[in-house]
Design a binder for this molecule. Structure first.
Ligand SMILES: Cc1ncc(C[n+]2csc(CCOP(=O)(O)OP(=O)(O)O)c2C)c(N)n1
Ligand SMILES: [Mg+2]
Length: 551
């Protein structure tokens, strides 16, 4: 593999580098622009090649794999058409701080700049979308670029890297030397930082811990729970980071999501100390900066974040700490706890309010399946390590409210709000953890972004269950429409196919579920099917959220 006396093609050098950096799986749609890579993969059984049917799906799969493992998810696509499709996964990886590398087959060097067939200047195209976008200029430098891609993707605030690979660079022979495996570079808090944080805590009477960010480890999550418990701190999850702490933990108090319920708005506004651990405190988490007003919030602010350029960028922190979230949590857990904290009632109240909020409403929808009951059934019956994936749409409101996440890396949900994410992400999860149960909850619109990936699930034996929440519309947009332009339904109706026959034609098990009572037995049959399964849930289109009706 690293015998540098023998010349290797650029494609071979690249695939050898992937192996050195621990890659065991990549997602792609093939293209003639990177044939040398495909050929090198032919002799590399250590790397599983998952061929998706659309580059958007391949990129979402790679992003999800990166999110689950903490190692860069790998995606290969061809130039213009492939890369433009795949850009969605790069965007999500950026917003979600997920390590990912997108490799793009590029036109050969001597025709660049002439608008060659499918040519795009990828450094410019991906400039604002990726953490780093580059083009490899010679086979000699492939090991250097690939090492840097892994370092950049995983260090500091993680994110996506895009590397364009001119076709002739991949075909070129070189005596390039391999590198050593990458090592993610992370910062930990200094002792002075920890002292300052503890001082703030000592002075507080209504502290609140807001957790978020990526690259959390099992140890980091365990330390977070320990720190919260030892200090009786209420913990809120940032947008779509609900799996950082067991939602059954007595300190867990809710999720800062779209449509933030008033009790949570109030809780955040009333706190006198916010410790933001790994969270950017973005616009969704802060209800468009209304519950925490920049640049100085009403409370004291301790902000712990892995990237210095994010600190004091929107919010001026009283204590700004540069540190990876998981590493910081481990140090926090070592701090001597505050003795008999005065805020115990504050924390207990927060928990009580949250428990009240997640109770299934007595008044369900007027027809069809009650999604609240379905999600609660999953929450109580699935094993703690089951993975739940979703995308974007109002159906996710039920998932985020009624599901209780119990273990790290069980939530696959894009903070980028990207429709179509959930199903490809669930396929990646089912392949990564074949012994765990993977459930994708998708809207009818959401699922129709990448339904053809049923073929990918079948081809690689990924076993997962897709619940399609069919309300016959793009519900989220309809909800906004109803608010601003009541009764004027425009472009938000959805004519769906027969989902059951569609899924069956790909070899999946499928059923239509019309009533809440029918769900449990149907889910059991889906679990036992031995293949992927699709359950189409017919829901009340007028029940636009768990609390609101339209029409
Ligand atoms: C790729 C993409 N396109 C468009 C949107 C805008 N959008 C957000 S939610 C939504 C509707 C989702 O419909 P569906 O999946 O059926 O869920 P529902 O809201 O009906 O529950 C749309 C169009 C988006 N977030 N992502
Ligand atoms: Mg819908």
């Amino acid at each position: 593999m690293s015998d540098t006396r023998t010349a290797r093609t650029g494609g071979r050098i690249l695939v050898d580098a992937l192996r050195i950096h621990g890659v065991d799986r990549l997602f792609c749609v093939p293209g003639e622009s990177y044939l040398d890579v495909l050929d090198a993969l032919y002799d590399t059984p250590q790397i599983a090649v998952i061929v998706a049917k659309h580059e958007g799906a391949a990129a979402n799969m790679a992003e999800a794999d990166g999110k689950l493992t903490g190692r860069p998810g790998i995606c290969f696509v061809t130039r213009g058409p492939g890369a433009t499709h795949a850009s969605i996964g790069v965007h999500t990886a950026y917003h979600d701080s997920t390590p990912m590398i997108l490799f793009i087959g590029q036109v050969q060097r001597d025709v660049r700049g002439r608008e060659a067939f499918q040519e795009v200047e990828f450094r410019r195209m991906f400039g604002p979308l990726a953490k780093w976008a580059a083009e490899i200029e010679s086979a000699d430098r492939i090991p250097e670029y690939v090492l840097r891609a892994f370092q950049v993707a995983t260090s500091g605030r993680p994110g996506p890297v895009v590397l364009a690979l001119p076709e002739d660079v991949l075909a070129e022979e070189s005596h390039a030397c391999d590198t050593q495996p990458y090592r993610s570079v992370q910062t930990t808090p200094r002792d002075a930082d920890l002292r300052a944080l503890r001082d703030e805590l000592e002075k507080a009477s209504k502290p609140l811990l807001i957790v978020g960010g990526s690259m959390w480890t099992e140890a980091g999550c365990a330390a977070l729970a320990h720190f919260a418990e030892a200090n009786a701190l209420p913990v809120l999850a940032s947008f779509r980071r609900q799996d950082l702490i067991d939602n059954r933990h007595p300190c867990y108090a809710g999720h800062l999501s779209l449509g933030l319920p008033p009790f949570l708005q109030q809780r955040v506004k009333t706190a006198d100390l916010i410790i933001a651990l790994g969270s950017r405190l973005g616009d969704v988490t802060t209800m468009t900066y209304s519950v925490l007003k920049p640049p100085r919030i009403a409370a004291r602010l301790v902000h712990i974040y892995p990237d210095p350029s994010e600190l004091n960028r929107v919010y001026q922190a009283d204590v700004a700490i540069i540190a990876a979230a998981a590493a910081a949590a481990e140090r926090l857990a070592e701090l001597p706890p505050i003795e008999s904290p005065s805020w115990r009632n504050w924390t207990d109240d927060a928990r009580r309010e949250y428990e009240k909020f997640i109770a299934v409403p007595e008044k369900g929808p007027r027809q069809g399946v009650d999604l609240a009951v379905v999600i609660r059934t999953l929450a109580t019956q699935l094993p703690t390590n089951a993975t739940i994936a979703n995308g974007a749409g109002n159906f996710t409101v039920w998932v985020h409210r009624f599901f209780t996440y119990k273990a790290p890396h069980t939530e696959l949900a894009p903070t980028s709000g990207s429709m179509g994410y959930g199903f490809p992400a669930a396929i990646a999860a089912a392949l990564r953890y074949p012994d765990r149960i993977t459930v994708c909850v998708a809207g009818d619109g959401d699922f129709l972004m990448y339904p053809q990936e049923l073929a990918t699930a079948a081809q690689y034996g990924a076993r997962l269950i897709v619940l399609i929440v069919n309300n016959g519309m793009y519900g989220t947009i309809r909800m906004h429409q109803e608010r601003r332009f009541p009764g004027r339904v425009s472009a938000t109706d959805l004519a769906a196919p027969d989902f059951v026959r569609l899924a069956q034609s790909f070899g999946a098990y499928a059923e239509r579920v019309d009533t809440t009572e029918a769900f449990g037995p149907a889910f059991d049959r889906a679990l036992g099917a031995g293949t992927s399964a699709v359950l189409e849930l017919r829901v009340d289109p007028n029940q636009i959220t768990p609390d609101r009706r339209i029409g």
